[in-house]
Design a protein. Structure first.
Length: 305
């Protein structure tokens, strides 16, 4: 099991927590804040041990639609804790017993582990938080088991619940769980510049083909070079202009009152509200009229947000 350590990497002992941390929602933030307090009190460094890809993706051979890209996950976690320990998950790791897993962890300078009481690990997730505490006694690692906080409906905060909300473009409720608006970060790539020819230049971002939110037109904020900009985004297959046999999902953002070329730079797109579904237009004039209406609605939505 190879540990790829990002962050400060000094000789202090580590206080860690373990999990996938997709989305880094309110429940995750609660654990991470407690972890930082413990690390400071015990003169340790805080660290998250996480896996990529998601174990379910390897064990079930299913594509997982993530809330955050790996880049976003890394950036967000390292803005909260001192270190991130990434483990590339594979079938060999999945077959490790609970004791074998802790033996691997013991090669790191870990002195403290904090986990939720629903934590599962080891072969076929056969061991739990209490087992972890017992095993770690043999390695002089202290383990704290905590109750997870719950939302207003007495349900625990979970990435799976947030994914369901995002699958339905329910951004307002997802924000309550994430603690902030859902966003997507990637480099700006060069497109076919059809939007520019129509009078609505766009920045293009490649997205996973199983992106977490549905295709459609959205009111968004775009963050570029520390500037907050208003925009209308189209996520979809461009049925009115792409006649290829295998169209790819793409995110195009028309930024209002802004027209710069920033190919290769990073942009963060923050989704506020879905305006409408993607649709096919008979001609480019109809498409242009629809875009004009989308811009009007976007201005109203962002003014209220």
């Amino acid at each position: 099991m190879h540990f790829h350590i990002l962050g400060k990497k000094n000789k202090k002992k580590l206080a860690i927590t373990i999990g996938n941390f997709d989305g880094i929602h309110i429940g995750h933030q609660y654990i991470l804040n407690k972890l930082n307090l413990i690390a400071e009190k015990k003169n340790m460094q805080s660290a998250v041990l996480s896996f990529y890809p998601h174990p379910k993706q390897i064990l079930t051979n299913q594509n997982i639609n993530y809330i955050y890209t790996l880049r976003q996950k890394i950036t967000t976690l390292l803005s909260i804790v001192d270190n991130l320990i990434l483990v590339k998950f594979n079938l060999n790791i999945s077959k490790l017993s609970a004791i074998e897993f802790i033996e691997k962890l013991n090669t790191l300078n870990i002195a403290y582990i904090i986990i939720g009481k629903d934590f599962k690990f080891g072969y076929k997730r056969s061991s739990g938080a209490v087992d972890l505490k017992e095993i770690c006694k043999n390695f002089n690692i202290e383990v704290e088991i905590i109750d997870l906080i719950q939302d207003s409906n007495s349900e625990k905060y979970s990435s799976s619940n947030i994914k369901k909300l995002l699958n339905n473009a329910n951004f307002s409720t997802a924000k309550e769980f994430l603690g902030k608006n859902f966003s997507y970060i990637n480099r700006v790539s060069k497109g076919k510049q059809i939007g520019r020819k129509l009078g609505f230049p766009t920045i293009n971002l490649q997205v996973p083909q199983n992106f977490i939110i549905p295709s459609g037109i959205y009111a968004v904020y775009a963050y570029i070079n520390n500037e907050k900009l208003h925009g209308v985004a189209s996520l979809g297959y461009r049925p009115s202009i792409d006649d290829s046999l295998t169209p790819r999902l793409i995110l195009e953002v028309h930024i209002l009152n802004w027209n710069k070329k920033i190919y290769g730079q990073t942009a963060e797109i923050e989704f506020i509200q879905k305006i409408r579904d993607e649709k096919h237009f008979a001609n480019l004039d109809e498409l242009k009229l629809a875009i004009q209406e989308d811009i009007k609605l976007t201005k109203i939505i962002l003014k209220k947000s």
